[in-house]
Ligand binder design. Structure first.
Ligand SMILES: O=C(O)CCC(=O)C(=O)O
Ligand SMILES: [Fe+2]
Length: 321
């Protein structure tokens, strides 16, 4: 069991974030996910090699170096290939994603859900706003058509800002954790303690994602290097960002969201599921194959359709000038 104590919950409510060290046992909880992603990378390497986009599958390299070589040689960051979510536009019938059994079990991890229950209560919905982030070192990362690193630092934002207005009253909790150590050098997160009390701030579209204009950003951020096994909990209004990856290896993390069952997720076109329900345990989803199928169905529904807007922000807003 990994329920939070009263002091931890109070700290979360006061500061807008909380780090729980050693929430996970790396061997028991994280290794199965790492092993599954090795297999996904194998698959990607085989496909790119078959298409002639890379000259070797780099099978002899360790995971991080192998990913970097493949991205470098193919000139593409194949982030979507690994993600357990879909893009916010241009979904195709064959858009890749990975919603495998080890990932599903991670989303339902009992220690994680105990900690989540301590904050939002025992009726827990897995919100589909979720990602794996495999960020290459910026100096080795392919550049996009705008001249930017394809998967670089994350600008300052609040997670409430990346969902639709529907979820404004939802008690959405963000859980971020590294698959291996996140350091200042490899691009750990930073937060603005207490910023959740400012309410939702204006966000502006930018080449690297939605961001809060600098003039609204209050004072200094606190950087949060984290060890493998630790998890960070944030409110939907906590301002946060990530540093650049200036190391020689990838920065690897999961970010998940949960909300009380019945509240809108803010991304209704994507599928969530009941992760824990004390009231109605039979509504819980336990079958990883069903979860994968939910994503396939969502992809089929969205393919080649206008997906509508995924957020409320407009670059014409005067504060964005
Ligand atoms: O991992 C990152 O760089 C950004 C994560 C983030 O914004 C989140 O988890 O909400
Ligand atoms: Fe975020």
């Amino acid at each position: 069991m990994a329920f939070l104590c009263k002091e931890q919950v109070a700290q979360f409510r006061r500061d807008g974030y909380l780090i729980v060290e050693d929430l996970f046992d790396p061997a028991e909880d994280l290794d199965p996910v790492i092993e599954e992603y090795k297999m996904v990378l194998d698959k990607l390497a085989d496909e790119l090699y078959a298409k002639g986009e890379i000259s070797s599958t780099y099978a002899e390299l360790p995971f991080g170096q192998r990913l970097i070589e493949i991205y470098k040689e193919s000139g593409k960051v194949n982030a979507q290939y690994f993600d357990f979510s879909l893009p916010q536009a241009n979904v195709q019938p064959d858009t890749p994603y990975w919603a495998g059994p080890a990932v599903f079990r991670m989303l339902r991890n009992e220690k994680l859900l105990d900690a989540v229950e301590s904050i939002i209560g025992p009726e827990i919905y897995s919100n589909p706003v979720q990602h794996v982030r495999l960020k290459p070192p910026e100096h080795l990362c392919p550049i996009n058509e705008k001249g930017q690193v394809q998967l670089g630092k994350t600008p300052v934002h609040q997670d409430n800002g990346v969902v639709t207005t529907e979820a404004d009253e939802t008690e959405m909790l963000t859980v971020w954790f590294p698959l291996w150590d996140a350091t200042l050098e490899n691009g750990c997160l930073c937060v603005w303690p207490g910023s959740h009390r400012l309410g939702l701030l204006d966000h502006c579209p930018s080449d690297i994602g939605l961001k809060i204009p600098g003039k609204f950003v209050p004072g200094k951020a606190l950087s949060l290097p984290m060890k493998q096994g630790s998890a960070l909990f944030m409110t939907k209004l906590t301002m946060h960002a990530s540093h650049s990856n200036n190391s020689e290896n990838i920065r690897w993390s999961f970010d998940l969201r949960y909300n009380p069952i019945g509240q809108p997720t803010g991304r209704g076109a994507f599928p969530g599921f009941v992760a824990r329900s004390r009231q109605n345990p039979e509504s819980e989803l336990h079958d990883p194959a069903v979860w994968d199928q939910l994503w396939t169905d969502a992809r089929d529904n969205l393919a080649n359709r206008d997906m509508g807007k995924f957020n409320r922000w407009d670059a014409e807003n005067p504060v964005c000038a």
